[in-house]
Design a protein around this ligand. Structure first.
Ligand SMILES: Cc1cc2nc3c(=O)[nH]c(=O)nc-3n(C[C@H](O)[C@H](O)[C@H](O)COP(=O)(O)OP(=O)(O)OC[C@H]3O[C@@H](n4cnc5c(N)ncnc54)[C@H](O)[C@@H]3O)c2cc1C
Length: 381
């Protein structure tokens, strides 16, 4: 495995690093406090070509590989998780299904606007009664006079209810003629009668990102809103989740690194017992452990991305990376708060927000327990 980044990968990483520091860091605390969706930042990310990093240039995408995408996600995650998940969910969950399985018409209708960041895409898999067990989907779509009629509900969906949300791809049960159960994916544009994004949730973290329940009541979309083949929905969402895990793992590495950055800076500055607390061995040990674990986790994420780019199976590595990095992010943020002492509990220090933002990383995109199931399955258990 070649650990060296190409010139293009380094350039993009450095561009996003600078953007995150100059444009996102100054407003992150305010966005979190006011729970305001970062429209201006999304527009700037779009202008920089970051809302469509892995998609072909013919659609306005960046034509970059998965590793480049992971590097960009890490750099945003290092500064602000709300902005980061908005981009990562838009790319990995929202836009990828349309790119992978869309017809020429679906691609040309959606991808240019999505890659430019003028519109956002969402992926609606989770339901009140179907989370980890996503195959238990209850939302139904029946074909009537050349239209799909959708009834059901989704919950915890990212990016579906903003002013620029363009569409959501949902899983729905499309019963076969023989009465058998099958799941298919359908693209539902925002504004379709019968499709109502609900009020945003009050969350522990990711405060500036958009998360809502969705309701579908006699919602009608044309027959060609089907994404890919009828009945392929289960296979498709597993594939989307596999790829999405690389993005969330990169985000976790970014958050852990961001927490470590803050902890090091604070430890050098804070005086106790007549010297900087960075001189105490117990503080140094925490920082050294985190530094080593973050670097190891980063390499695992890069390996998953490189396997995907090489067209190899990456299910095992992506699940391992997601499991390791989510836990690491939670621990790194906790240690960073600890190193800040009482100030770590006060919102004006970024580690306070980081700590709240971290926990979802062991839950979203498949919980830790689901990753363990995937890993065990890959190991033949
Ligand atoms: C902020 C946020 C954003 C999200 N964005 C999206 C999105 O954009 N699109 C989307 O579709 N979903 C999204 N989700 C949903 C998220 O993916 C789910 O919450 C997650 O998959 C877990 O599902 P659940 O909440 O129903 O928990 P459950 O599946 O009910 O799990 C509850 C507990 O039981 C455990 N458990 C379940 N089954 C097993 C098992 N077989 N063995 C052992 N333990 C088990 C779980 O690990 C967990 O600890 C989001 C969630 C949040 C909070």
């Amino acid at each position: 495995m070649d650990f060296a980044l190409t010139d293009e990968q380094r350039l993009l990483r450095d561009t996003v690093r600078e953007f995150a520091r100059e444009e996102v860091a100054p407003v992150a605390e305010d966005l979190d406090r006011t729970k305001a969706f970062p429209y201006d930042i999304v527009a700037k990310l779009g202008a920089l070509g970051l809302m469509g990093i892995p998609f072909p240039e013919e659609y306005g995408g960046g034509g970059a590989d998965t590793l480049t995408y992971a590097l960009a996600v890490e750099e945003l995650g290092r500064i602000d998780s709300s902005v980061c998940i908005t981009m990562a969910a838009h790319i990995s969950l929202g836009t990828t299904p349309i790119y992978l399985w869309g017809t020429d018409q679906q691609r040309s209708e959606w991808l240019p606007e999505l890659c430019a960041g003028r519109k956002l895409a969402a992926f609606g898999l989770t339901e009140p009664e179907a989370g980890s067990d996503a195959g238990a989907t209850r939302t139904e779509a029946r074909l009537e006079d050349g239209e799909w009629v959708i009834d059901g509900a989704k919950q915890f969906i990212t990016n579906a209810g903003t002013d620029i949300s363009g569409c959501v791809t949902i899983t729905a049960v499309t019963s076969r003629g023989d009465g058998g159960r099958e799941i298919s994916n359908l693209v539902v544009p925002n504004g379709t009668p019968g499709y109502e994004p609900g009020a945003p949730y009050r969350k522990m973290g990711w405060n500036a990102s958009d998360t809502r329940p969705l309701a579908f009541t006699d919602c009608r979309v044309p027959e060609d809103a089907l994404l890919g083949r009828r009945g392929d929905g289960f296979k498709q969402f597993l594939q989307i989740l596999d790829g999405g895990r690389i993005g969330v793992a990169a985000m976790s590495v970014g958050l852990a690194q961001g927490a470590l950055d803050e902890a090091i800076a604070y430890a050098k500055e804070r005086q106790a017992f007549g010297q900087a607390i960075s001189k105490f061995q117990t503080i140094q040990a925490k920082i050294a452990d985190l530094s080593a674990q973050i670097e190891a986790a980063r390499l695992l994420v890069h390996r998953a991305a490189m396997e995907k780019d090489a067209g190899k199976s990456f299910t095992l590595t992506a699940a391992q990376a997601k499991l390791i990095t989510g836990r690491l992010a939670v621990r790194a943020c906790e240690e960073a708060v600890q190193i800040h002492g009482g100030y770590g509990y006060i919102e004006e220090y970024p580690v306070c927000r980081f700590y709240r933002d971290a926990k979802i990383l062991t839950i979203g995109e498949g919980t830790d327990e689901v990753q363990q199931m995937v890993i065990a399955g890959q190991l033949g258990l």
